[in-house]
Design a protein around this ligand. Sequence first.
Ligand SMILES: *[C@@H]1O[C@H](CO)[C@@H](O)[C@H](O)[C@H]1NC(C)=O
Ligand SMILES: *[C@@H]1O[C@H](CO)[C@@H](O)[C@H](O)[C@H]1NC(C)=O
Ligand SMILES: *[C@@H]1O[C@H](CO)[C@@H](O)[C@H](O)[C@H]1NC(C)=O
Ligand SMILES: *[C@@H]1O[C@H](CO)[C@@H](O)[C@H](O)[C@H]1NC(C)=O
Ligand SMILES: *[C@@H]1O[C@H](CO)[C@@H](O)[C@H](O)[C@H]1NC(C)=O
Ligand SMILES: *[C@@H]1O[C@H](CO)[C@@H](O)[C@H](O)[C@H]1NC(C)=O
Length: 505
Amino acid sequence: MASILITCLLLMFIAYFEPTLPATVIEDLANLHPPSNFNTTIVSNCLKNPSLRYCGSSPMDLDAIFKFTIVASHLCNESKNPNCVESFPKINLRNRPKITPLYLSFTFFWKYCPVTILSIDLSNNSLKGTFPIDVLFCTQIHVLDLSHNGLSGDVPIQRLSCVTNLTILNLSYNHFSEIKISDSWFFRRFNSSCFFNSGILPSHGRYKIKAVMLLLGFPLVVVFTVGGLWWLCFRRPDFLPRVLQNERKFTTVMLKAATNRFSKKNMVGKGDGFVMYRGILRDGTQVRIEIYSNNRGNHREYVEECKVLVQLRHRNLVKVYGWCSNRNIRALVTEWIGRVSIETWLSESAPCWKHRYKVLVGVLKAMCYLHEQWPEIGCDIKTSSLLLHENGDPLIARFRVGENSTSNKIHRFGILVLEMMTDQTLQEEFKGDETGFVEYVKMLYPRKLQKVLDERMKLTENTFDETRQTICIGLTCADHQTCQQLSIGQIYNMIIKVHPRTNTY
Ligand SMILES: *[C@@H]1O[C@H](CO)[C@@H](O)[C@H](O)[C@H]1NC(C)=O
Ligand SMILES: *[C@@H]1O[C@H](CO)[C@@H](O)[C@H](O)[C@H]1NC(C)=O
Ligand SMILES: *[C@@H]1O[C@H](CO)[C@@H](O)[C@H](O)[C@H]1NC(C)=O
Ligand SMILES: *[C@@H]1O[C@H](CO)[C@@H](O)[C@H](O)[C@H]1NC(C)=O
Ligand SMILES: *[C@@H]1O[C@H](CO)[C@@H](O)[C@H](O)[C@H]1NC(C)=O
Ligand SMILES: *[C@@H]1O[C@H](CO)[C@@H](O)[C@H](O)[C@H]1NC(C)=O
């Protein structure tokens, strides 16, 4: 027995005996022991053929080498090689799921992989787990078939690159991880028929899903981007960077956001054809928003009008920030100057004569500015529309481009003068009858003037004379005939003569 073994080892380095009774590889590994001169045999083998893998190691693990010869012998026979005494060219474990995992577990065998083996076929064995990397100790092979298994994880690309003579590789029908495009040499060397359904290449199905996702996703991305841009540009431009904003143009959505959807709480006034709201813009600025019912002309006219209004700059004119104009809404956005109108101020604060005079001068100054620089702009100088700034200055808050005659403006100013100086109960009596009111004051002027003046002005002898002069100016302006012969400048000169020092405030 021992001599046969040695002979075989000498001949083939692997096939160590011709068994008379078939035994399993496990039995042989358990029962057989190396002959006493095994070391000599190995050494002489290595001398003859140094390429044998077990020759490289030193000191040689005789026990492992002996076991290797046992496994090699069995595996050669299992692989149906025609003559295991002389050659072992292929490992063929195709369709052998029962024994293949066992042979794969003999790491000592693969480490010393016989150099004669050129082909390894492990296909269709329901192998699980990662790539059987030990197989790649057989760096000389030309063929490796691992198809039809359940292998997963990464394909050891680097190790495979060392198997230089490998020309036929079959990894089809496994569950490997996708290989990165950067390892493209791999795909040049082995074409797609080697990886069919292996997981290495994105499968057709997955490719389809990706294509479908792309087909659906791209339009969705486009739709959302366009939608988002549309929303930003046409609805909430205040969310755009400041450079891209047209700070003069407001949108309905912006106004809604500023006024909490035009809530009642934010409504601060209502008049003939307009509603006023207090609002807070995104940057925290408080504004007054005047919304008109549709009597402000068409969109183009209105925008042109607003473009003029935003250019107004005067201490006694409310600053116009911008406008909103579209199919549903016409609005003007101006600075927020509290809620105190001259009307409420007069009735609630009972201001002194000097302050009333200062307000009249302020209004007239703004009127002069408009008349000289923006003759096309008219303004509303009713006590209910004029606002009072915290610093005591009056502010004209409502304007309108066009329909505007100087004499009419002067007439309105005359009425304002009379309203600001006369008793409130008297005004109430003549409510709606302006002409009657003017006529009545005219009738009592000058001797019985005391009767109509607002007592709360607390006049002295000096100041009474000032009020008399002012009422005179007021009556002159309010008169439909005389007002046509006056200019705003003339009235201004008349007014400041009443109390020249006040003009320097
Ligand atoms: C070799 O294989 C044949 C059939 O393939 C079998 O009958 C024989 O018992 C095997 N010999 C050994 C030693 O396994
Ligand atoms: C082989 O092993 C025997 C003992 O097991 C030893 O006497 C002999 O010197 C060894 N020969 C070589 C070449 O190592
Ligand atoms: C795989 O093996 C099974 C039996 O184990 C067999 O029915 C089947 O045809 C084989 N498939 C391939 C592709 O060889
Ligand atoms: C590949 O084949 C060539 C020629 O047959 C041979 O010289 C070389 O050693 C082989 N490479 C390996 C890694 O076995
Ligand atoms: C893939 O390579 C094999 C040989 O390795 C060849 O027979 C087959 O035609 C190739 N297939 C493709 C699609 O290139
Ligand atoms: C790999 O195996 C599959 C399935 O057995 C087969 O269809 C394919 O042609 C094989 N590829 C190569 C390159 O042998």
